[in-house]
Structures are given as C-alpha cells and as structure tokens.
Design a protein around this ligand. Structure first.
Ligand code: ADP
Ligand code: G6P
Length: 489
C-alpha cells in the first residue's frame, strides 16, 4: 500500500458492525451529541489503529428526516463513521426481535424467552425477513463506500447475512466475518428455522473468525451436520471452495488502561474511593445489564456468602455497575426489575443505618472512573452464564498491577480459556460454589495472589486488540491471495 509520495500508507479497513462506536443523541434539528457506545466489540476495535479504518453501522437512533440524516452523516464523518439509517419498524423486528430476542439468547444457550416462546416462534419468519432486509441495507452502504484494495470486516450475529450480500455485489471483495458471541453446539443451531441460510451466507466470506477454538469447531460441525459439507482442519469446503475458519482470541488495548492509572485525575479518584471504602474489602461487577451476565446469580451468591459468614458483613462491599442495554426488549426489562428486587431485599436484610452491602448502579461509568474502580478492587466477580470472551475481566487485570486482586471468573466465558490459570474458575449456576470462592478470594495469601495475577497480566498485555486485528486482517489478506491463486491454476 503506497501513497503517491512513495511512503507506505495504512491499509483501508471497512469495519461493519451493527453498532457504531458512538451513539447519537439528537439535540436539535441538525445538532447531535455523540456518546461512546458500551460493549466489548466497540472497546476492542477502538484499540486498533494500524489501519485506515472506516466504521459502517447504525448510530442507535431513528432519523426519519433528510435534514437530520445529512447533519448526522456530517457529524459522524469527523469520527470516520458512516451511518446506516434503519427505520423504527426494521429496528423493532431486526434488532430487538431477530438479533436480541432470538439469536442472542440462543447463541448463549439460554433458549427462547420463556413467557412468549410461542409468540416468538410465530414471528420467526417476519423477523428473519427484516433481518435480511437490514443486512442488505448495510451491504448497500458498504458497496457505496468500497474502494479496490479495501478489506471488509463484518462483525457479529447481527450481520450473518452480510457476507453473501457483499459477494453478490463484488466477488473480488475481501470479506471477513467475526463472531463476538459463542457459536453454540450444532444441536442448538439446528433448532433455528433459518439455520441453513445463515450458515451458507457466512460461508460466503473468505475468512470466518471466533474467539475460541471450541466456537470454531461448533461452527464447522454445524456446517457438516446441517449442510452436509466437508469440515477440514482449515475450515469448510463446498465444491472445491474453502472458507477458512479459525480462532482469533480478542484482547484489549491494555496500555490505555495502564497509562490512565498514572493520570492525576485517576489518582485522585483512587484516593477518594480508598477513603470511602476504608476498612472494607471491595468486590466489583461491571456488566451490561444483560441476562447472559448472570447478575442475579452473582448477587445471590454474595447473599449466601454474607449469610454464612457474619463476620464479613460489615467488612466487604459489592459494587455492581450495570449499564442498561437493549431496554426495548421485554426480557431485559424483566431482568432490571428482578435485579432491583434482589438488591433491595439483600440491602434490607444486611444493611445498617450507615452502610449497605451492595451498591448497585444502573449506569455507565466514564473511562477514568472505571479505571479507578478496577484499581481499588480486591475481588472482581465475572459470573457470565455464557460469554463470547468478556473483556471486563481483561480490563480488571490490566488495572491491578499494584494491588494484585483476585478474579473470580465463570468457566462459561471465553476468557476462562486465557485467564483460567490465574483466576478462580466457577460455575455461575452453582451459588454455593461461588459463595465459597468469594471467601477464598477475600482471604487468599499475598504470594498466591501475586502468582495468579502475573500469569493473567502477562496474557492481557501481550495479546492485545491490536494484535488480534492484525492477525485477522493479515490472514484475511492471505486467504484472498490463495483464492486468486486457485482461480489462476
Ligand atoms: P459485552 O461485550 O457483552 O458487553 P465485555 O465484557 O466483553 O462484554 O465488554 C464490555 C465493555 O463495556 C467493556 O469494555 C466495559 O468496560 C464496558 N462496560 C460494561 N459495563 C459498563 C459500565 N457500567 N460502565 C462503563 N463501561 C462499561
Ligand atoms: C455485545 C455484542 C456487540 C454489541 C454489544 C452491546 O458485545 O457482541 O455486538 O454491540 O454487546 O450491545 P448493543 O445491543 O447495545 O449494541
């Protein structure tokens, strides 16, 4: 890649994801406020700077008028973002419906929402049509902005139909697709009415990536069992065409967190937090308020710990920071009520006039406040029922080089495969086990904490989001070269 003056330039990368790294809030007819979006996909990709990146995605807001669309496009261009405008009905059926009410729970082994299972089953077809329509709208925008030599990197379960749409536009386009959630066992994927269409569309990509080897293996099994294709160590083969399938574990921009701890503002914050919680051990949970995160189970385990260990009742505090997410989906609304109810009950039961055992915040924290909180934490609790990777666990480790706190980590998070040796692994469904692990973590000797932390810190600082993206894109470039070679032979 050379600029006109002969200097090498960065490769252009079109990152296509349902959500842009910033969400827009309308302040006037043509004025917008842009706020950083929460979620692991955004966190990881913001740490990637070796490419000339353009983001294509939905700005999280309905903009029906042309004036608004023009002004938002202009505001987003400054952030190298290109919007896809989805109307309310498409968002309802595609995003709230097919993506978050069907694919998300299914891919995390939670099944369809219990109460409206039949209604959901009935709406499969219309929601899948909206899903395809939305994916086509993303494809149109990509096609409009694509230049020869670009690499197109599609992300996540929202856009499984996109690789096929893109290849229909231009078979030469280099297309990669990466899933940020688990890919479930083929026995689960088989239950989806649109199971084959989704698999075939993903296979149109040149490279398909997952966080762990297990997810990649499940995907290949689904292609062999459902589509009758051949699975090879390289990927999936269909009539001589190979789609490469592999694991590319994601990471974070660890230096950003480590550097932030040196800022005076963060140091002040750390001092304040230490004063505020003096005499008490701090336990921390940071999650989107999502059913996969196992927040009710985590809080119940904490209650069990307090119940069984009265001496700890005024010596430990759990800070649960849960940013609301997908608030139009009924299942998420129910979860919010459930969590509030449990927290209220436990605080009523174990609180005193001056202190409560759980501080639960339904909000997002800014980056510096989050770093300070990670740094003062003695024990982090990541109890996802399933999680593609879980970057909160990585962020905690990156901020703990001084304190060397303990990570309690669900064995069902992808991160268990990378941070398992340093963390205490738990089955989040087993609250007795989690309660016992809390006791173990709070009393762990310093030398054991140090050893566990070193293992994890090394992993988190070596396997960064930058390395993840470079590996994926370089393999994607090679895959296309291979395909061209095959055509020439
Ligand atoms: P997911 O992608 O499912 O949300 P991850 O743990 O991989 O899970 O990533 C979550 C990202 O969102 C992290 O970068 C984390 O810092 C951020 N995040 C989650 N909850 C909050 C919160 N309450 N305040 C600020 N950031 C948050
Ligand atoms: C997970 C998904 C992302 C998604 C994020 C936030 O990390 O893998 O694709 O962006 O959650 O969810 P939201 O629905 O708000 O985009």
């Amino acid at each position: 890649y050379e600029k006109q003056d002969g200097r090498p330039s960065k490769q252009r990368l079109l990152v296509v994801a349902n959500r842009l790294p910033v969400a827009a809030v309308r302040k006037g007819e043509d004025s917008w406020q842009l706020e950083i979006s929460a979620g692991g996909l955004v966190t990881a990709l913001l740490g990637v700077n070796e490419f000339e990146t353009r983001w294509i995605g939905w700005a999280g807001v309905n903009v029906p008028d042309e004036v608004g669309q023009r002004s938002l496009t202009k505001a987003l261009a400054e952030k190298r973002c290109i919007p896809v405008f989805l109307d309310e009905e498409v968002v309802h059926q595609y995003y709230n419906g097919y993506c978050n009410n069907i694919l998300w729970p299914l891919f995390h082994y939670l099944g369809l929402p219990q109460e409206d299972r039949l209604a959901t089953t009935r709406s499969f077809q219309s929601q899948f049509s909206a899903y395809k329509k939305a994916n086509q709208m993303f494809a149109d925008v990509v096609n409009e902005h694509y230049e020869d030599g670009d690499v197109v990197w599609c992300h996540d379960y929202h856009l499984m139909f996109l690789p096929k749409c893109l290849k229909e536009y231009n078979i030469e386009m280099k297309v990669g697709w990466f899933l940020h959630t688990p890919f479930p066992s083929s026995e689960i994927h088989r239950t989806l009415p649109s199971r084959s269409e989704l698999l075939r569309s993903v296979l149109a990509a040149d490279l398909v990536g997952f966080h762990t080897y297990d997810y990649a293996r499940h995907f290949v099994s689904a292609c062999t069992r459902i589509l009758g294709l051949e699975g090879t160590p390289e990927g999936v083969e269909d009539q001589g065409k190979l789609t490469r399938v592999a694991a590319f574990p994601i990471g974070i921009d660890s230096n950003r967190f480590i550097r932030a701890l040196e800022l005076p503002e963060v140091k002040d914050h750390i001092r304040e937090l230490k004063e505020r919680f003096a005499g008490r051990k701090v336990m921390l949970g940071v999650d989107r308020l999502d059913m996969i995160k196992g927040i009710p189970q985590k809080i119940l385990a904490f209650e069990k710990f307090l119940e069984e260990n009265p001496v700890w009742r005024d010596k430990v505090v759990l800070l649960q920071i849960a940013v609301p997410t997908r608030t139009d989906v009924p299942e998420y609304q129910k979860l919010t009520c459930q969590v509030h109810e449990i927290v209220g009950r436990i605080n009523g039961r174990f609180g005193t006039l001056t202190a409560v055992p759980i501080h639960h915040l339904d909000r997002s924290l800014d980056f510096h406040a989050l770093c300070a909180l990670y740094a003062v934490t003695d024990v982090a609790l990541v109890t996802s029922l399933r999680d593609g990777m879980n970057l909160v666990s990585y962020e905690f480790v990156a901020c703990q080089d001084e304190k060397k706190g303990v990570l309690i980590l669900s064995e069902f998070a992808g991160a268990a495969q990378s941070l398992g040796a340093g963390a205490i692994l738990v089955n989040p469904w087993n609250i007795t086990e989690v309660a016992a692990s809390i006791g173990y973590a709070l009393t762990m000797p310093a030398d054991e904490r140090e050893k566990r932390h070193q293992h994890n810190f090394m992993h988190v600082t070596i396997h960064t989001s930058q390395e993840w993206a470079e590996t994926f894109v370089s393999e994607l470039n090679d895959t296309v070269v291979e395909a061209q070679l095959r055509t020439r032979q």
